[in-house]
Design a protein around this ligand. Structure first.
Ligand SMILES: [Zn+2]
Length: 100
């Protein structure tokens, strides 16, 4: 009885989440924020690029639109490499200029 109750409850939570903005974790500060409040980065032609439209295929990492967080994230190369499953990290040249 209890088990069935728990199951239907978790299903309700999942359904409810669909109506809310998805949340992602900033790799810089570790805070969870709404996906739309974060920048998405994905590997494009071997370069880690900003995915402004959240449409690039493959794995992505998220970071606040803050220079501080971007710097933190860029220092956590191993974490980013693991998240992107990309051994060699090459940051797109214009990455930081996006914040200016
Ligand atoms: Zn952050």
């Amino acid at each position: 009885m209890n088990r069935t109750g728990a199951m239907s409850e978790s299903r309700m939570v999942v359904a409810k989440d669909k109506h809310e903005s998805p949340v992602r974790t900033c790799l810089g500060c570790g805070q969870t924020k709404k996906k739309r409040d974060l920048l998405r980065f994905a590997v494009l032609n071997g370069l880690i690029s900003v995915d402004k439209e959240y449409t690039l295929p493959g794995r992505g990492v998220y970071c606040c639109r803050l220079e501080k967080c971007l710097h933190f994230m860029m220092k956590k190369e191993r974490k980013v490499a693991r998240a992107l499953r990309c051994e060699k990290l090459t940051w797109h040249d214009g990455l930081l200029s996006l914040l200016k």
